[in-house]
Design a binder for this molecule. Structure first.
Ligand SMILES: [Zn+2]
Length: 328
């Protein structure tokens, strides 16, 4: 044999562990990971209705994960990253606005979590951390690394985005919010949006919008929505019609985003990716242009997993020099 035997270096997954917290409208997910960012265990709990109850529930969940880790590892978790479903001052970690949890506005969540758990905590909007997850995963697979992309989270009641340019998130001039494509007006006389305007993009592409075209009188239900997507795959005409309408609006918004940023990729997370093979052509060609040469593809992880993994990555990013992200 010529040369030296290769030395396989591995990150120690137990000596330095961090947490990721993903706050969703009705449930929260908490996970821990080692330096690789690969999630080792996670648990889910109901999202409490007040900020104080929320931080106490997180503290309890942190203790739960400590117990699950077993008696062999008694080292405390070192850091915690939090994905917020709304606007957050990414520097101070104060929540500014969440459409689903108005009571969280102005709540200094990172400060309060640190006080209660003793763990250094940082927070950013869920879509920014979703973008971080994609950047982290693409860095792991160096071959298909993209440093200019848009992460689009088509969620049950809204649509958010995170933009990565030259390997960095674009956070807006004050690091409060950016890339709120869900609130691009696409129909000036459209229905009222929760942002106060009319006809925003998310009113046409969210899962609830896709559901309501078929079931206008039945409240949205995630499980039944996934059944509806399965119906579309099985040829149900009304379900298909609705997802193609969503695809048409996705194409409209994505092509506008394409002309604004000329990204290499637009990455879509959310339940709608379950019918990706049906809608891909419509999303690409609907409002396409020879000038637009991006790839549009589903995220590497499900929407929840992207946000949870991104929250873990947020807590790790300052430890590693790369991927370069959120430098201030
Ligand atoms: Zn809006």
């Amino acid at each position: 044999m010529r040369g030296r035997a290769p030395l396989n270096l591995r990150l120690n997954e137990t000596s330095y562990q961090v947490l990721g917290l993903n706050i969703r409208p009705s449930y929260c997910q908490l996970a821990y990971a080692g330096l690789s960012g690969h999630i080792q265990k996670n648990l889910t709990f109901e999202t409490p209705t007040s900020p104080k109850k929320l931080v106490r529930a997180v503290e309890k969940a942190v203790s739960g994960l400590m117990t699950e880790r077993g008696s062999k590892n008694t080292k405390p978790f070192q850091r915690m990253g939090v994905a917020i479903p709304g606007h957050v001052d990414a520097v101070s970690g104060r929540i500014l606005w969440t459409p689903t949890h108005k009571e969280l506005a102005d709540f200094p969540i990172t400060e309060e979590l640190k006080l209660l758990t003793g763990i250094e905590t940082m927070a950013d909007s869920d879509c920014n951390v979703g973008a971080l997850s994609e950047l982290w995963l693409s860095t792991e697979r160096k071959k298909d690394r993209s440093t200019d992309f848009v992460f689009l989270n088509v969620s049950d009641f809204g649509t958010g985005a995170g933009v990565v340019l030259n390997g960095d998130a674009y956070l807006g001039h004050d690091a409060h919010f950016a890339a709120e494509f869900g609130h691009m007006v696409v129909e000036p006389n459209g229905p009222q949006c929760r942002c106060g305007r009319r006809g925003c993009w998310e009113l046409y592409v969210s899962n609830c919008a896709t559901w309501n075209r078929v079931h206008p009188r039945t409240p949205f239900d995630a499980v039944r929505f996934e059944e509806m997507l399965a119906d579309a795959r099985n040829g149900d005409a009304r379900s298909r019609e609705s997802i193609f309408e969503t695809a048409r609006y996705l194409s409209l918004g994505i092509s506008n985003i394409g002309f604004a940023f000329n990204p290499a990729e637009v990455v879509i997370a959310g339940r709608i990716t379950a019918v990706w093979e049906l809608i891909e052509a419509a999303v690409l060609r609907g409002f396409g242009s020879p000038h637009l040469r991006y790839t549009v593809r589903p995220a590497r992880l499900s929407a929840d997993d992207s946000l949870l993994h991104g929250a873990v990555c947020l807590s790790l990013q300052e430890i590693f020099a790369g991927p370069k992200f959120w430098q201030r």
